[in-house]
Design a protein around this ligand. Sequence first.
Ligand SMILES: NC(=O)C1=CN([C@@H]2O[C@H](COP(=O)(O)OP(=O)(O)OC[C@H]3O[C@@H](n4cnc5c(N)ncnc54)[C@H](OP(=O)(O)O)[C@@H]3O)[C@@H](O)[C@H]2O)C=CC1
Ligand SMILES: O=C1OC[C@@H](O)[C@H](O)[C@H]1O
Length: 424
Amino acid sequence: MFGLFYFFKRLYTIFNPPVAPKRSDALRFGILGAATVAPQSLIIPARSHPEVIVAAVAARDQKRAHAFAKKHRIPIVHKSYDDLLADPTIDCVYIPLPIGLHYEWALKAIKAGKHVLLEKPCVSNATEARSLFRHPVLNKPDAPILLEAFHQRFYPSWQTFMSLFDSEDVEEVNVKSWLFAGLLPFDDIRFNYALSGGTFMDYGAYAVSTVRSIFASEPTAIKSATYRPLPNGFDEHCDEAMFATYEFANGGTAKLSVDLQATGGYWFPALTRKWPNFRNFPPWLTVKLRAKKEGTEGRFEKWTQKSVIMNNYMVPHLWHRIDIVTNTEYRDTQEGGKLVRHEKNIEHMKAYNWLTSEKDRKCEEWWSTYRYQLEEFVNQVKRREGSGVWIDGDDSIKQMELVDKTYLLAGLPLRPTSQALETM
Ligand SMILES: NC(=O)C1=CN([C@@H]2O[C@H](COP(=O)(O)OP(=O)(O)OC[C@H]3O[C@@H](n4cnc5c(N)ncnc54)[C@H](OP(=O)(O)O)[C@@H]3O)[C@@H](O)[C@H]2O)C=CC1
Ligand SMILES: O=C1OC[C@@H](O)[C@H](O)[C@H]1O
């Protein structure tokens, strides 16, 4: 009963956080585009941050820009994205544009000396990623900060989850990221090749980032990659779903299943094949660790095997649960290792804030993934240490290299490179 009350109170506060008085040295953010995601990813989190002011927005359509600014109490409306970048009162720029425009505007923004919070995935492909993250502007002293906004990695539950195992011991990872069919129209920006759409760019980006973090390395091989196309009449270069298997140097494998139009899976498949499928929503993943021999008692060997499951790894601030499943087996060495006893234990964990052992890290139970991300972004801009969680440019480049390789193996073209590409 009390649990339910605190659950709803936390949810309410995520969307209605207390407003912090702003410091005189607060960073002034501008947003490129009146994007749907901007309130959840920046505008609401900014309210509780004493060092962040959302000061300006620019949209292609002036009426839309003014309506957006009024709704979210943003004082300045610029006539164009270029005008916003030229505004000397703006320190940081948030870019929630379609992926195909990320490179061009992120490059313009860093060249204008702005710090950039860039929506995920950072750019369309690895060529763009290398050009952007290795751009000479970022090597200067006092260079702007550029962050690919993989918000979920900043959240305590992800860090807690990662602390529960050693990457070397991971045998198998299974990621299931399905969005039930019908929520996104087939003409959404996510399914538009010219804008670098595709399910693997969207939900897939989270899945790829996740397995790369879990193994703390890049795959040595892609064992398989297959996709399901969009229905006839929609973009043939965009994947509606992608299924891939990767192999890693420690012998482990990762299986990804990402789908933005999940259907079927019910009884009477012929009848229900087009029904939306809610089975793997919210997205979740399992990490299976190698079995370990714990010791010997007389003729018996004790073995344990753990699996760690992260339920709702993408937006854990709404709700999440970490399950730790431990299988203990006793084997008789005089009977060829015959199983004589099996015990199964399941523990549940949650981490809506940092653990007690991490008390020096700042947090509130109602901070969203985006609020944690904003905290670290500001820490980096202000050259402060922060929680230590960060995603650097090399990480973003490797991420896009794997996305590219997967698309090619699946038989789809790389997402198109921007006309604005600069080669060094
Ligand atoms: N971190 C997260 O949790 C999420 C991240 N995202 C990411 O955020 C970005 C935007 O997603 P979302 O807010 O859902 O999308 P929207 O379609 O709502 O917003 C995209 C914005 O891009 C602008 N835009 C500029 N050129 C184009 C064009 N040619 N076609 C369409 N839009 C254009 C529009 O701005 P204008 O107002 O100027 O017209 C629009 O507001 C994507 O990169 C996506 O991957 C999305 C959802 C969640
Ligand atoms: O980043 C995202 O997170 C939430 C999803 O619903 C969305 O498609 C994606 O762009």
